[in-house]
Design a protein around this ligand. Sequence first.
Ligand code: PEP
Ligand code: MG
Length: 912
Amino acid sequence: MATTTLPETEMIESKPATPKYVYFFGGGKADGNGKMKDVLGGKGAGLAEMTNAGLPVPPGFTIQTDACREYMRHNAVSREVDSQMEAALARLESLQGQKLGKGSNPLLVSVRSGAKFSMPGMMDTILNLGLNDQSVEALARRTSNPRFAYDSYRRLIQMFGNVVLDIEKSVFEEIFDTKKKQKKTKFDTGLDAKALQEVIAEYKKAVKKHAHRDFPQDANEQLVMARDAVFRSWQNDRAKHYRRINNISDDLGTAVNVQAMVFGNLGDTSGTGVGFTRNPAIGTKEFYGEFLLNAQGEDVVSGVRTPVPILELEKVMPDVYNQLRDITTRLEKHYRDMQDFEFTIQDGKLYMLQTRNGKRTGLAAVRVALQMVEEGLIKKEEAIFRVEPNQLYDFLVPRLDEKGAKIEVLAKGLPASPGAAVGQIVFTADEAVEKAGPSSQRKHVILVRAETTPEDIHGMEVAVGILTSRGGMTSHAAVVTRGMGKCCVAGAGDIEVDEKAGEMRVKGQVFREGDWISLDGTTGRVIKGRLNTIPPKADDPDLQKFMSWAEPFRTMKVRANADIPRDAIQARAFGAEGIGLCRTEHMFFAEDRIGHMRAMILANTEKDRRAALKKLLPMQRSDFAGVFRAMDGFPVTIRTLDPPLHEFLPRREDLMVQIAVLEVTKPKSSKLKELRTLLSRVEQLHEFNPMLGHRGCRLGITYPEITEMQARAIFEAAVAVAKEGVKVFPEVMIPLTATLKEMANQAEIVRRVAKEVFEEKERTVEYLVGTMIELPRAALVADEIAKEAEFFSFGTNDLTQTTFGFSRDDVNKVLPAYIEQGILKQDPFEVLDREGVGQLVKMATERGRITRPNLKVGICGEHGGEPSSVEFCYQIGLNYVSCSPFRVLTARLAAAQAAAGEKMQGEAGRTK
Ligand code: PEP
Ligand code: MG
């Protein structure tokens, strides 16, 4: 099936003086070919390629995407497009021996959109074009099937009326439903030819009324109007939205395919269907799909009738079935990928209407890639690109079992942390703990909050999933749950959470504590009721084999962000090569620690503060020891205390309520006194901009004893664990520095304490002191800071916040509008902003390495687990990325792909 046509790039270079707008296909030959997706769109390129391969494709022509761009610029196409289309139509008519909409055997065509990237159902299509008051009679005679002819005509008026003339669908639906009622039938098939003629008459009246013109009887006029409407559909809201979420450029435009109609609804030897050459859900090598006899394409997908498994076709039309198998096998071999195809059978003859690389789950992507290497269809180096890094989540998380289940989606939020969760609603963290019960008989609860705070951590710990109505991809709920590998849907704005009333309101329904819901953290869906889940398989042998092919390419290391030993063990199991960020503050929220932390904060003197810190020391030490053990042989980066202190104290409003109650009930109690002291400290600590306030290294500078205690815990743990024979490499990281002096101040404390501990314990361990780069100033003076910092780790959550000046916790108020209006393409907290924040990262790396050529540089913001950001980090020469444990696999594959892609490009360059 090799084609002799020139590849796309060369075609563009040798563009003739008059641009070629229209590409013909038919009679065993096509002007275009399968490589020309940019020009012909995916559908057009596929039709050309299949035609060239001699497959049975109804002939037609593709009007290329340039014409659409022209239409977008001028609201019209040039005369040249019209004249090339007229010529192509004449060629089609002569090939078919028919005239569009004329004569005893009128030519009818479909007019379909088809962009470079598939955008299923987003743009418009018109079928049966060419029918009018005369040609419908000819079709009726020719097929001896008047009912079929009138049904086709009324479908045309309906589609044309809606798509081209902008008449609401409901106008036609009402007429049709009224007719069905009149004729006392529930089904379309219950309307006979006469009834359909009546429908047509009413449809025409409706067109006149709403569009102030008649339905065009001239088939050529129909064609021009339909073509332009399909071009316009590139700009409809659905299409725009789809492009936004799939990151497809608005400038590409769609092609239009005009193709001779074939009918699957001509009787019981006709039919239509869709299929895949392998199972797209689980990747098994099986012929997979469904079809309907005596039906048009839309009947298969609309759910009006239940389609039949494609294997049944073998029983009813064995020859057609064998031909279809043969063709699709050839297509798969030709494209060297699993195909998703559409076909129609007209009077026992098979026609192929579409083929394209099929979309598939992560499970299927891995399995199909492995199979294709084994079958000799692709090489291992190609196979590693056949899986999107994010698709590997499918192996690590439970999934909802949707088979046979009734799904009612209540709302859609951000897919903040993947997987599935099914549980009973609770509205507070305490309720979660109470309702979930002891760990031995844990009940499944889902914590539903407007948004979570660090204080909810105990509830989050026991809940199977988290749902919030506010917050973005780096909100507290999102970051924490991703770290836990726990399902989370965040920022589901349609949901109203009334924690006081214990109610969640959505879609006019009220849900209370104990009601069941199901979350799909991979898609962001909130589903009513109790679905089943399918457990994860992290040790899947197919996954391991696949990764063993990808890994040899990878040069950049992948570490994990983990705060406690359990997460570190999990991260290691997923292949983490160290910890890139251990957020020590998370250790302070546990029930047995928060009291000491609060005592430390409330202390008025350094002495009292030191006394409280002393109580925290052994706890931190044992946590660090656990993390070191889990990461035996790998580096562990531990960050000194970062968040503003008020985060460890109760909320001001809550305290005021408690005090007000006690003032009435127990005015003399010691509890009241205690709460008043707490409130006054909370008020003292209050800041207008806490994220720009007393946090990061500023805490360690104003309270050096905190850094001292943490450094001591780190080095005591390191020495103790080293004595057990574990290889430890602690890296102490100072957060939020902006100046060399801040760095020098904190580094001095860390190095002094290290020396003390090593002397006391008579043992030394290798360690580094470095910093996070989270502020633009730090990036600008990175060469200075590197005089003291032995490594850099980019905290791109804060660096994005401080570079854009967007609050990472409130950005969701602005972001949807920004994305909608195209001001920003993506959420910069999710995908690293290469042009802005990325340049700071690149510059700081270069400047840091001027001072210290071997400076170790990594990233530990949420971007460290996002494939395109990982690719960027590789390109600018970072040593490692660090991400939540459940994103480690994704980052490993993304890093391998980045390196393999560069290697292959280099090799291709050399061969040229
Ligand atoms: C960051 O700012 O990117 C970072 C990793 O730190 P945190 O999210 O804890 O502020
Ligand atoms: Mg930070």
